[in-house]
Design a protein. Structure first.
Length: 101
């Protein structure tokens, strides 16, 4: 008797799953160029304050700033690459002081 009830329930579930209407959904393929990483939003390297650029040139003379990000507290996340192939991320405030995050 238990097997008959179980078989009936499974049959009912299977038939109701197949009876559902196929609906089409419209997909929005809009691509956004804004990148947010840990509350940092990507900015142009040219938009960095002069103090931050000078700090990088002083402390990392062989470094190139690949990407720059800014958060609401005017803190900057910089992705650097060195001429020897090493790369890393540093954080600075608007005055060019290095900070730990």
């Amino acid at each position: 008797m238990k097997k008959l009830i179980l078989a009936s329930v499974l049959s009912f579930v299977g038939l109701t799953a197949m009876a559902q209407d196929a609906t089409t959904t419209e997909v929005d393929n809009t691509v956004s160029e804004v990148t947010t990483v840990q509350d940092f939003q990507e900015i142009n390297v040219a938009d960095l304050p002069a103090a931050v650029v000078e700090a990088v040139q002083k402390d990392y003379p062989t470094a190139t700033i690949n990407k720059a990000y800014k958060n609401e507290s005017d803190q900057f996340k910089l992705e650097l690459s060195l001429k020897d192939g090493a790369s890393g991320t540093v954080y600075a405030d608007a005055e060019g002081n290095w900070i730990e995050l």
